[in-house]
Design a protein around this ligand. Structure first.
Ligand code: XMP
Length: 329
């Protein structure tokens, strides 16, 4: 019978048999797939696995901590954290064009990951702990990714910024894809079975380029801070209203180059709008805007404009996909 318990056990056994005594590397993004894949490999081969988390500074409030603290505490995984926040901000300075931002974030991500991978390999070689090479690279590829890419090995290309196919010649890894027979709901079951924190297991989709593509205009530290605070309020209220499973995801977008007049507290303000983009979807290919109850919207609006003084207007995106994409950039 299919239970997540014996599926997880079987997958763990498979990884153990495949990897043997070799060393394994895994990039963690904070998302469901890479986290569950990492937890599975950790269960199989323990400290033969090293995870690398690149903190690009574009995550939402609490997400880096979720990886650096909660995930590590729950799984005992050996984690290398690369604080690349300054590097990403410098690379993004002065850039407003959406495609340009995506390219920059993708490029920097690969570079930083590459360097971290090299450091892990060197540190291992220098340690003389054992002669087993760093041979494997874990990918959180799921069955739908495999199908979408025609069953080939190009699955990782879909999520382009997590793609490490472009690693240089001196960094050749063989891929290990423990989730490639599973659908998302099965991955979540396996994750729960392995003790992955619920906040990660049930995380809604979040794009690799993160908040970088939810600030319309240039990405700066101050703007990220504003968006992070507004986003945290929206998420908290949607969760409190019990809407997390009804909503596919709800981007909060900062229109950083737009200003409007308002009155907040003692006087006139000239602040920025944020857009709420709650969508319902099966697979993100098409989506409808979610009819979030008015009282929930009202709470979100009033809390954001009270608690985030830089924001003086909250607007609702009522566009389906198509024609509007889920993200604004
Ligand atoms: P759009 O905006 O194209 O988004 O309707 C569809 C889904 O994909 C997510 N998304 C991304 N995920 N890297 C990712 O891993 C990306 O560059 C990226 N861009 C969009 C988006 O959040 C939505 O779930």
């Amino acid at each position: 019978t299919w239970t997540s318990g014996n599926v997880a056990e079987q997958l763990v056994e498979d990884v153990r048999a495949k990897v043997g005594k070799d060393r394994v590397l895994c990039g963690l993004s904070g998302g469901v797939d890479s986290s569950v894949a990492a937890a599975l490999v950790q269960r199989a081969v323990g400290d033969q696995l090293t995870c690398v988390f690149v903190d690009h500074g574009l995550l939402r409030e609490g997400e880096a901590e979720q990886v650096e603290e909660d995930f590590v505490a729950a799984t005992g995984v050996d984690l290398v954290v690369v604080d690349a926040r300054e590097r990403f901000l410098s690379a993004l300075a002065g850039v407003s064009d959406p495609e340009e931002k995506r390219k920059i974030i993708g490029r920097e991500f690969i570079r930083v990951f590459e360097q971290a991978a090299r450091d892990v390999v060197r540190a291992h070689e220098a340690s003389h702990e054992d002669d087993h090479p760093v041979r494997w690279l874990v990918q959180g590829t799921l069955y739908p990714d495999v199908v979408e890419s025609g069953g080939g090995t190009g699955a990782a290309n879909i999520k382009s910024h997590h793609n490490v196919g472009g690693l240089p010649d001196d960094l050749q890894f063989e891929l290990i894809e423990p989730l490639r027979a599973l659908f998302k709901d099965e991955v979540r079951q396996v994750g729960l079975e392995l003790g992955v924190p619920e906040g990660i297991v049930w995380r809604q989709p979040f794009p690799g380029p993160g908040l970088g593509i939810r600030i319309v205009g240039e990405v700066t530290a101050d703007r990220l801070d504003v968006l992070r605070r507004a986003d945290a309020i929206a998420r908290a209220e949607l969760t409190a209203a019990g809407l997390d499973r009804d909503i596919w995801q709800c981007p909060v977008v900062l229109l950083a180059d737009v200003r409007s007049v308002g009155v907040q507290g003692d006087g006139r303000t000239y602040g920025h709008p944020v857009v709420l983009r709650p969508v319902s979807s099966e697979d993100a290919m098409t989506a409808d805007w979610t009819r979030v109850p008015y009282d929930v919207l009202a709470r979100i609006s009033s809390r954001i404009t009270n608690e985030v003084p830089e924001v003086n207007r909250v607007v609702l995106d009522v566009t389906s996909k198509p024609p509007g994409t889920i993200e604004w950039e």
